[in-house]
Design a binder for this molecule. Sequence first.
Ligand SMILES: *Cc1c(COP(=O)(O)O)cnc(C)c1O
Length: 403
Amino acid sequence: MTRINHELFNQVNNYMSQAFIPYGRQDIDQNDIESVIRVLRSDFITQGPTVGEFEKSISKMMGVEYSVACNSATSSLHLACLALGLQEGDYLWTTPITFVASANCGLYCNAKVDFVDIDPKTGLMSVKELSKKLEEAKAKRSLPKIVIPVHLAGTSCDMPKIAELSKKYGFSIIEDASHAIGGYCNNYPVGSCKYSDITIFSMHPVKIITSGEGGIATTKEESLAIKIKSLRNHGIIRNKEMFVTEPAGEWSYEQQDLGYNYRMTDILAALGLSQLQKLNAFIEKRTHIIQEYKLNMVNLPVQLLEVPENIKSAYHLAVIRLKNNDKTFHRNVFNKLKGKGIGVQVHYTPVHLQPYYRNLGFSEGDFPISENYSTNAISLPIYPTLKKQDFNRVIGELKEVLS
Ligand SMILES: *Cc1c(COP(=O)(O)O)cnc(C)c1O
């Protein structure tokens, strides 16, 4: 086929088959577009006043003293680890059921990474497993310096209990809340750092709100905020009161640490700021979709992830668990749905089974609950603009596949 014919063929093919429904997507409206254009017409397009405004809005909404925006949640996680002093010889623990970035941030700091298995009902880091592992680590003098609970699918981990353990065993807590902006734990907004040192949000387009690419670290500790701000900008300090040498002049700045260029731009902050105004509306729509899934699944051999009573989930993902616990069945259900144009996903393949982590010594059987989870979990489409007719198509295909 010539190139033109090939394109024509694809167009006709797309027209004839039903449109693909992704598992998640951004919702950008005219206000978002105008917000970005305003910045493009202004004097600042790189990190400037809009980044500051975005940070202030986040702090206000979360009821937290400091927010620092970076160019991704991954870079925010990296800087959070550095600010808490993570280094070679230290341990960082997280959960296997997460995106690789929650673990990689420890390796960036040359620390050793280990995992805590999950609670099978919620998919979240199990407090029972954590307690057990901490007690064993204490005996071996290998306690973690940092623990990163991950609020999978928008549902906060049991933070009061994890905070209790942090006091008992002396570790710091970074909440990976990449999925959970807009969620609550015991009526405290995720991001308030009521139960942690630092909380991280992601503004990747597939997450709850987007700035294109972007991450935010929130904290109550001024020293941590100052450190993260400096590290996102090469380790440079501009406040002369903090200089360690005599300034040569007005123009002087000092590089006191080895930092990075992890800055967010005003263009992206303008999008984030505009999206933030719609956070509550987005969460309402997501909550509604989950309720609809629940209603339509009563008679199906599947179950949504559980949300504990004291938690208000941001419902980033609609994860179902197949009751028929068989790898082949799982793969078949996934492939059939995908074949029908339903953008299913698996969140996640356990991180310790990624080839890079296997090379570090992890292997199958290390975290059996997580491994079992990944062979019966499927994420169904959920996003604010999911149309009723598309939702019905998802349910229809699911019923068909499971019948
Ligand atoms: C998306 C995600 C990240 C990384 O976010 P980026 O902004 O893309 O760097 C980290 N952790 C979890 C759990 C995520 O889902």
